[in-house]
Write a protein that binds this ligand. Sequence first.
Ligand code: HMH
Length: 237
Amino acid sequence: MKQKSSEKMEEKAKAEEKKMGMIEVWLRKHRSLYNGATRHPLILSIRDGTINIDCFKTWLAQDYLFVRAFVPFAASLLIKAWKESDESGDVEVILGGMASLEDEISWFKREANKWGVSVSDVVPQRANVKYCGLLESLMSPEVEYTVAITAFWAIEAVYQESFAHCIEEGSKTPPELKETCARWGNEAFGNYCQSLQKIANRRLQKASDEELKKAEVTFLSVLENEVEFWNMSRGNV
Ligand code: HMH
């Protein structure tokens, strides 16, 4: 009897969490890892103007390759939204994100050129290979839309929060890096991340316990990969 009532309480707590929004629950639960990804020493060094420009160039070159791998992941997510989503509006949000990626790739090429970095000669480093491997695993049709959209949101949100921090009042970001920071730190990109978060929350609310667990593990995996990606750019491989 007692067993049953504690099970019931657990069910009730889970339902409460879902109502609140799983993303908010996870952000609270995993705050230190999330801060590790969004307030990394590399980001802090951009913000306080002490950045070693070679680290920035490494990041730029490696992120160009990452974004190229991010495009097919976005495409796979679009297919999942079309097939599995309960709301047709999801497709427009994802399609909007994909459309910006074309511009982003052109921007990377221009920016690299400006810094004397040759994008055709970039060799992916270990952390990049690993992160792109995660993206590829998430492209599998066996990965549920709910899990994939959670990952997609997390990937975009980490950059949004990181770079927005570099252009806040009082930041000392070098002028030549401000455009980079504004790419992800701007308000429109922030709103886009909010839309993704809303979609993820809506899906997670309807998810089974098993799906929820998978989405949470994937979220953590994204955060760990983001930290390693920043570490790599700083040269500590
Ligand atoms: C490593 N994470 C990394 N690169 C990016 N460009 C983004 C997230 C955001 O798109």
